[in-house]
Design a protein around this ligand. Sequence first.
Ligand code: SF4
Ligand code: SF4
Length: 201
Amino acid sequence: MTTLYKPPYRRKVYWNAPTMTWWERAYLFEILRGLGITSGVFLANMWRWVTFRKGALTTYYPEETRADYAAGNRGKHILTQRPDGTPQCIACNMCATVCPAKVIEIDAAFDPDDPAHPKYPSRFEIDYSRCIFCGLCVEACPEDAIRMIKVVPELPSGDRDVMWLKKEELLTWHPQSDVAKPYPARGGAARTTGAPTGGHG
Ligand code: SF4
Ligand code: SF4
């Protein structure tokens, strides 16, 4: 039986492959350098701690929250509002359907006095004990009615029942406009200001 010739495997060379000096190839020196960096950071933080100052990166949540959350941080849900203060949500249930954790519960209601937006959520709740803050609900909404802002909610609790975020709290986000992402224009320019005045919210 003849054996087919198999050429030796050649690893592909990528255009951005890093090149190493002989110093780096010696391995041991780089290991020692890495250990030196790690030890330096550890000892610096330890020194801060023994002198009653905070370490570099530790935030003692929930007693403390960081002040440097990114503007795009997906912290807390809010329901956007129309100029009259009613929720922009049309209770279509798309956010609840797409939610991978199945934590959004919506009861739809009908308002005969508002022919332009007759369907609205009489109940809109999110279970924050199970929400994974993926943001898919925001992506799925056809009305830009639900957003996530960088505010960090008061999550920790010993009682899961109090970790439901209810519609009333979701509607407390003011101002009603977002400079970073203005509301979609409806028959005109994007809204910039407006205070809630009531309605079926
Ligand atoms: S952020 Fe993700 S898990 Fe949380 S309510 Fe939205 S879709 Fe569900
Ligand atoms: S928040 Fe958006 S996706 Fe969810 S029910 Fe309301 S309109 Fe539909």
